[in-house]
Design a protein around this ligand. Structure first.
Ligand code: SF4
Ligand code: SF4
Length: 59
């Protein structure tokens, strides 16, 4: 299970990308961030720094 970014909430601050230990987060074409589920280890660090609570475990 990986974490997922809700793009309708994301403001493109890129804070999550800076703290991910797996470098699983990149900037998408729309300027918002996206998580690569193949790299994510579900540590939750990105969710803890997101200012708009846009990141949560995918189900
Ligand atoms: S849950 Fe952890 S490994 Fe997955 S994207 Fe967030 S910071 Fe990276
Ligand atoms: S920390 Fe939150 S608002 Fe900032 S880029 Fe990541 S998902 Fe978007």
């Amino acid at each position: 299970m990986a974490y997922k970014i809700d793009k309708s909430k994301c403001i493109g601050c890129h804070s999550c990308m800076a703290v991910c230990p797996m470098m699983a987060i990149s900037v998408d074409a729309d300027g918002k961030c996206v998580i690569d589920p193949a790299k994510c280890v579900s540590c939750g660090t990105c969710a803890s720094v997101c200012p708009v609570s846009a990141i949560a475990p995918a189900n």
